[in-house]
Every structure is written in structure tokens, then in C-alpha cells.
Design a protein around this ligand. Structure first.
Ligand code: MSP
Length: 638
């Protein structure tokens, strides 16, 4: 059988603690990728699991006063529960203490020993237990571990070695001839220089202290945990046990991991092991960045770790949204906030802001507005129309293609941005077509077509976001009255031009993401004192207008600034606004804002600004003002 399955893996986690948003990230991304490929109709296999034979796991068990086996059994179940509560749909969960894995590790060890890729030698050197890594003297930083800064131990042992040094040239050749192999590009360069520095053979056994996989024929030693752990990626899919299964799944299409375990382990040691075994190398190894919280490293000792499940529960309690939808908000934030590959920072303020502006506003508003008008004008039944408006339809088609290209190249931020641009286009379409005026003028056919089209955008969005936000996608489908068929829809169904059966009963609208109070409840802003009085005459000098945002983009080199083109009805002008920290450019297009229109022009960072946008100031954060009803651009504010 030949390979016909898209195979994606996460690292297997040390079971010394429960996942926080940092290490849940890899698993969330893997879940998004697996769901995306399934949605495209591909067979997929998504593997995760636990790394149980490590010294640090045995140490954690000792601290908990438990036998290591009892401890890992318990923690592995905890991990499974956490993944389940996060909506992670893996296909298999491998534990490295399982016989199916141990057998493969033993067999590989024997085989590589026989063929000379493993040999016996004396080891003397430094070992970092928390990182489970050997270091040379010159790699230490001030005598400490170069990775984690903790103390290292001097180890003197007779050990078995893996002949890594023999693979340098082949590794470099493979990297060069497979440009997709190591991603992102900037980390590839790190790998190349690491290999070019010269690879040393790796000691792959340790003294047996009662925990780990004993070396076959030499039980005084156990197999080094990384040699054991990396093999999970093949042992879980039938290597040496079920050749048919194995050849339908291996090589992996995408192996995901954090940057800390990318260069040395996954891009050097792992491919060299596969080469020694004569197995194909994975198609892509991707090393993502690390999350910090409020600018600080996530650490057990600081106690700043955030559990994604707890975050979702708190959010559900506060907002009244469903728990699984709140989890989707966490997934959305992590995929949207940071370019995949780069480091990212998690702050409650930016999370809450995205919840309000992207989810409650952009996504929620389009659905709520469309469905409430369907209820008001068509008794809640999908109106009769031939198909989606042709201009809006071409936006949908372009969005599907752009989102697909972005997902294929693992640019999740860009994928979601594309969907949000489509939502903005949907909101703008309603603003432009003014269905409420069509209703007043009894233009029922046109009204039906406008609302049908707006709903078509929400349906397309539901399909495209479903890998990222599965519960939300389902909830949109439920409110649209298409829940039954939704499970059988595929990615390309987002391009259906006549996606609804007219007269289908819709439900709601029920806001999926009820808005949160902008500031966290605990640190609500202080209300500043009202300034000195002015006369009406002074006030009337200000020409305040409603303006519509036509386009928005970042000002290059200025993190906080956006350049907007706004319409005042009969004229368009450019303004610069310091709101980039809180509003993405695409979330603004189509939105009505309040503008001080007669402020004298100024240049901000060299960019001309012809007017000033007004916003509420809450602890230095800008919150835009929006009219309560639809108001034409240019309307005066008095
Ligand atoms: N057991 C090894 C992996 C063996 S794979 C054959 C291991 N486990 S781990 O539990 O320490 O880390 C698992 C993953 O979590 C790694 O990809 C790591 O990069 C990731 N992260 C841990 N903290 C993180 C953040 N703060 N942010 C993002 N990812 C983080 O290493």
C-alpha cells in the first residue's frame, strides 16, 4: 500500500505537569491542521502522546510520593482529559511506556547496533536533567545549561553512542535539496549552522536508575529518553508491526514542535536516526515560537501559567457564552494574534479586545444583523433568491482561495485575516445596500437577495473557520438552520453560489459572543474629573461628523498607527489614528466612526492626517464610537 494519509504530529509531552497555553499551542495548531485536511476530504492521521521514560518524570513522581508507573498512568489520563476538554480530535495517543512503543525502541536499538550506527564508548561530560541533554564544556554558559540556565551534572559513564557525526553531509544535502523540509526559514539557517559547526556522536544510554527502557542485553543501562521518544512518531503508526498501516501513513507530512526542541533534536538527531533506518524523512518539520504571558516567560515557579480550559470557563461565566465557544475564542486568539513561527505574548487585555472586536463585533454583528432582519422581514425563513450577489460572491471565492493558500503554507494569521476581510465585506455590503430602506420601499426581491447574500457570507465563514473554531462554526450553522447538512460540507462548499434552500427556518439570532466589559472587571479604569466649562460658542467651532472607513492599513515603521481613508459622503480624506494596538486594519473597513473634521491638517510620522478620529479612552486604550443606528457618512454630530 502506498501513502495516502496526511500525517501530522505534535511532540509528546513530558508528564511532569498539565498543559498550559504555551504547550497546548502545538496541539491546538496540530488540531487545526488535521481538521483542515479532513475538511478538504483528505484522510488524516493526527498523533499526540506523552513522553514518560524521562528522568524528570521519575523525579516528579518521587516528589509526588508515587511510583513512576502509577504517576505516569495518572498524568497520561489527565492529559487526555485536557485535550478532550480543548476539543482536540487526535487519532491516536501514544505513551512511551506502552509495549507497542517499547518493542520498536528495542528493535531499532538492536538493529543500529548490528549495523554499526550504534557503538559502545566511554562518556564523560555535562548533563542537564530538566532538558535531558548532554553538553560539551564549551557549550555551557557560565558553567550552566545553555538552554535553561540551570545547574548541570558531571556524568562519567560507559555508554552506547549513536554515530551522528557520520550524517552531517547527508543532512545538509537533504536540507538543501528539500526547501520545504525545515520551516520557518530563519530557523532553517540555525540548523544549517548547527550542523556545519560539526556534529558529535550522541550518547544514547544512561545508567539504569530504575526508570526507562533497559538496553537490550545490557540492563545496567536505559536508553536515552530522546532516542526513545523520537521513535514514537513511527512506533505509533505501525513501524515493524503493521507494515501496511505504516506505509500508508509514513512519512509524516508535518511535524510540529517548539523552537527549543527543533534544531538539535528534531532537525538533526531525528532525521539522522531515520536515515540510519533507511526510512523516508518527514516532509516538513516546523519549529514555532514560544508564548510568554504579559511579557514574562511561562514558568511553574512564577505560577503564571494559564490553563486554556480554565480561561474558557472564566470567560463563559463572565460573558454568558457557551464554554466550547469560549474555548474557540482561545484557539482563535492563538492562531490569529501571532504569526506562526514567531514568539508571541498573551495578555488578557489583547485577548479580551480580540474577543470583542473580532468575534462579538465583526463575526457576531454580521450574523446577528442578517438574522434579525430575516426574522423581521421574512418571519425567520431564508428569503427566496436565485443566488448570492455576484460581487459579494466573487469576494467569497477569492477568500476561500486565499484562506486555503494561507493554510497550506501554515500562515494561520493570514488565513484568519482573509476570512475577517470577507466578514468586513459582508458588513459593508449591508451598510451599502441598506436593507432597512429596501423594506420601507417595499423592494422585497432586492431585500431578499441582499439578506440571502449576507447569510451566504456567514455560511462561507462558518466553513472556513471550522478548523479553527469548530464549536462556533456549528453554532452559526445551527442558527442558519443548516446544522444537519453542515457536518457533510467540505471546504469547497464554501464556494457554493446558491447555498441555501429558500424557506429554511433559521434560529435566533442569539449572540454567540456576548461582548465583554472592555477592561478586566478587577481593574476598571478610574474616571477622570470633568474639565473646565466652555461656552456653546467654543463647542460649535468643532465640526464633528460621522465618517465611513473605506480602507485601512498600517503605517510602516509605526506600530501604533493606522492610515485610514474615510468618506464624509461627498468627499474622501486620509487620516492617521493611533489605534493599531487595538484594531486590525481589516476590522475597520466599512465601519462608521466619529471624526473631528475641521482639525487643521498635520503630518504624523510623515503621513498626512486630515481630521481626527474620536474614541473613548479607557486606561489609555482607545475604544471606537459607533452610531447606534445606521447613519449616512457625513452626518453632523451636535
Ligand atoms: N518530551 C519532549 C518532546 C519529545 S518529542 C519526541 C518535550 N516535552 S515538553 O512537554 O517539555 O514540551 C512540549 C512542547 O511544548 C514543545 O514543543 C515545547 O516547545 C512546547 N512549549 C513549552 N512551553 C511553551 C511555551 N511557553 N510556548 C510555546 N510552546 C511551548 O520537550
Amino acid at each position: 500500500m502506498s501513502k495516502n494519509v496526511f500525517y501530522v504530529t505534535t511532540p509528546i509531552y513530558y508528564v511532569n505537569d498539565i498543559p498550559h497555553i504555551g504547550n497546548a499551542y502545538t496541539t491546538i495548531i496540530a488540531d487545526v491542521v488535521a481538521r483542515y485536511h479532513k475538511l478538504k476530504g483528505e484522510k488524516t492521521f493526527f498523533l499526540t502522546g506523552t513522553d514518560e521514560n524521562a528522568t524528570k518524570v521519575a523525579n516528579a513522581a518521587a516528589e509526588a510520593g508515587m511510583h513512576p508507573q502509577e504517576y505516569v498512568d495518572r498524568l497520561a489520563e489527565d492529559f487526555k482529559r485536557v485535550w478532550q476538554s480543548l476539543g482536540i480530535e487526535y487519532d491516536d495517543f501514544i505513551r512511551t511506556t506502552e509495549p507497542r512503543h517499547v518493542k520498536v525502541v528495542e528493535a531499532v536499538f538492536k538493529r543500529l547496533l548490528e549495523q554499526g550506527d550504534i557503538y559502545k564508548g566511554k562518556y564523560e561530560g555535562w548533563y542537564c536533567v530538566p532538558c535531558e541533554t548532554f553538553f560539551a564544556e564549551n557549550e555551557l554558559v557560565e558553567g550552566k545549561c545553555p538552554e535553561c540556565g540551570r545547574a548541570v551534572e558531571w556524568v562519567q559513564e560507559e555508554n552506547y553512542y549513536f554515530r551522528l557525526s557520520a550524517y552531517s553531509d547527508r543532512l545538509l544535502e537533504h536540507i538543501e535539496s528539500h526547501p520545504e523540509f525545515l520551516q520557518p526559514e530563519f530557523r532553517k539557517n540555525e540548523v544549517v549552522s548547527f550542523i556545519k559547526q560539526g556534529l558529535r556522536d550522541v550518547s544514547i544510554t544512561r545508567a539504569n536508575r530504575g526508570w526507562g527502557i533497559p538496553v537490550p542485553g545490557d540492563p545496567s543501562k536505559v536508553i536515552y529518553v530522546w532516542f526513545d521518544a523520537l521513535l514514537n512518531y513511527v512506533s505509533a503508526v505501525g513501524y515493524l508491526a503493521d507494515e501496511e498501516k505504516f506505509s500508508s501513513i509514513w512519512p509524516a507530512d508535518l511535524q510540529l514542535m517548539g523552537k527549543d526542541i527543533f534544531v538539535r533534536f528534531h532537525c538533526t538527531f531525528w532525521p539522522a536516526m531515520l536515515m540510519a533506518l533507511g526510512l523516508e524523512l518527514p516532509r516538513v518539520l516546523f519549529g514555532h515560537g514560544w508564548w510568554s504571558i504579559d511579557g514574562e516567560k511561562i514558568s511553574k515557579s512564577k505560577g503564571n501559567a494559564i490553563s486554556p480550559a480554565k480561561l474558557a470557563e472564566d470567560l463563559a461565566a463572565e460573558s454568558g457564552a457557551k464554554r466550547d465557544v469560549c474555548l474557540d475564542a482561545v484557539r482563535y486568539f492563538m492562531c490569529r494574534e501571532v504569526t506562526f513561527g514567531a514568539d508571541g505574548d498573551f495578555s488578557m487585555a489583547s485577548f479580551r479586545n480580540r474577543f470583542n472586536s473580532d468575534l462579538a463585533n465583526d463575526l457576531g454583528n454580521l450574523l446577528n444583523r442578517s438574522l434579525s432582519m430575516v426574522r423581521k422581514y421574512f418571519g425567520g425563513k431564508i428569503p427566496r433568491a436565485q443566488a448570492c450577489d455576484s460581487e459579494l460572491y466573487s469576494t467569497i471565492v477569492q477568500t476561500v482561495d486565499a484562506t486555503e493558500a494561507a493554510c497550506d503554507s501554515l500562515e494561520f494569521t493570514r488565513a484568519l485575516e482573509a476570512v475577517w476581510q470577507m466578514l468586513a465585506a459582508g458588513n459593508k455590503f449591508l451598510n451599502d445596500k441598506q436593507p432597512w430602506s429596501l423594506a420601507k420601499q417595499n423592494k422585497t426581491d432586492e431585500l431578499a437577495s441582499v439578506l440571502y447574500s449576507a447569510l451566504a457570507v456567514t455560511r462561507a465563514a462558518a466553513i472556513l473557520i471550522s478548523p479553527f473554531m469548530p464549536a462556533t462554526a456549528k453554532e452559526i450553522a445551527r442558527q442558519l438552520g443548516i446544522l444537519d447538512e453542515f457536518a457533510s460540507l467540505r471546504w469547497n462548499n464554501a464556494k457554493d453560489q446558491a447555498p441555501f434552500i429558500p424557506e429554511t427556518q433559521t434560529f435566533g439570532p442569539e449572540p454567540i459572543f456576548p461582548r465583554l466589559e472592555s477592561a478586566a472587571p478587577a481593574d476598571r479604569a478610574e474616571v477622570p474629573k470633568v474639565s473646565e466649562r466652555i461656552s456653546y460658542n467654543e463647542f460649535s467651532k468643532m465640526d464633528l461628523r460621522i465618517a465611513e472607513v473605506k480602507s485601512a492599513e498600517k503605517v510602516p515603521g509605526a506600530d501604533k498607527l493606522l492610515k485610514l481613508i474615510v468618506s464624509l459622503g461627498d468627499e474622501e480624506r486620509q487620516i492617521v489614528a493611533g489605534i493599531a494596538e487595538w484594531y486590525s486594519p481589516e476590522s475597520l473597513v466599512g465601519r462608521k466612526i466619529v471624526l473631528l473634521a475641521n482639525l487643521e491638517p498635520a503630518k504624523i510620522r510623515g503621513v498626512e492626517s486630515n481630521g481626527m478620529l474620536l474614541a473613548a479612552d479607557v486606561d489609555g486604550k482607545a475604544i471606537l464610537l459607533q452610531p447606534d443606528q445606521d447613519v449616512p457618512a457625513g452626518a453632523k454630530i451636535r
